[in-house]
Design a protein around this ligand. Sequence first.
Ligand SMILES: C[S@@+](CC[C@H](N)C(=O)[O-])C[C@H]1O[C@@H](n2cnc3c(N)ncnc32)[C@H](O)[C@@H]1O
Length: 265
Amino acid sequence: MITYDYTGIEKLIERIKSNTGYDFSQYKEKPFKRRVRVILRKYKLISVKDLIQHLDKNKDEYQSLIKTITINVTEFFRNIEVFNQFNALLKTNLKEGYKYKVLSAGCATGEEPYSIAFLFEKLKEKYYIKYKIDAIDIDRDALNKAIKGEYPLEELYSIPEDLREYVKINETSITIKNSIKTNLEFRLENLYEDNYSFGTMYDFIFCRNVFIYFSRDLQIKILNNFYSILNAGGYLILGKVETLSQNFKNKFEMIDLRNRIYRKL
Ligand SMILES: C[S@@+](CC[C@H](N)C(=O)[O-])C[C@H]1O[C@@H](n2cnc3c(N)ncnc32)[C@H](O)[C@@H]1O
C-alpha cells in the first residue's frame, strides 16, 4: 500500500487560492485529504510537496484540480424520497397564483434543479402557480453542462415515467425542454463568499451533498446566510448524511429527519 505524504498541505491550499481564488482553508481535513489523494494518484506522485512542484510548472492544471476537489456527482431525483416529500409539502400548502422561489445550492451539472422543475411543471398542469429556480455552483464546467441541459440517454431512467414528458428524447441523449429552462437561472457562485445573492427570498433551499466538505465554522456561516434569504416558514433541505448544527435549533424546526428537511421558524 502506498503511504502518501501530506506535509505542506497548507501551502497547497495557499497556492490554490493565489492561482484560482478558491479558498479551501476551511474545508474539512479528512475529505480534503481524500481528494488530494485522488490527485496524487492521478499524477503518480506520493507527496504534496511533489504536487506543488508539479503545479508550479503546470499552472494551467489548477482548474482541473479544483474539479477533482469539488467532485460533482449527481443524478436526477437523487434519493427520490426527498423529492416525494418536497412534492407532498408543495401540495399540502399549495398557494394558487403564487410564484415559488427555489435555490439549488451546489447544483453540479443541473440534475437536481431540473428534477425540482419537473415536479413544478406537473403541478402546473392542475394548478395556477409559477416558479423560479436559481441554481449555483463553484464549478464552471459543471454549470455549463447544466445550462446546456443535455444528458446521456441512460439518465432518462432516473426520471419517474410520468415526468419524462419534460425532456426531449434524442438518439443517444436527452435534452431539457426550453419551456422548462426558462424557469431556471444558473450562476457561478461560491457558497462561502458573503455577497452571493440573486436578491431574492426563497421558499425552498436545497443544499444537498455539499456540506460534507465544509468545516463546522464554514457550515455555520453558510447556514446563517441561508437563514437570512429564506422566507419565514420556508424549507431548507440538506443531504442524507448532513445535519443542521446545534446553533440553529432555535431557528429551524425539523420536519423530516430521514430526508433532512427543516423549516425556518
Ligand atoms: C456532490 S455535488 C452535489 C450535487 C447535488 N446537490 C446533489 O445532491 O446531487 C456537490 C457540488 O457542490 C459544489 N460545491 C462545492 N463547494 C462549493 C462552494 N464553495 N460553492 C458552491 N458550490 C460548491 C461542487 O462543485 C459540486 O458540484
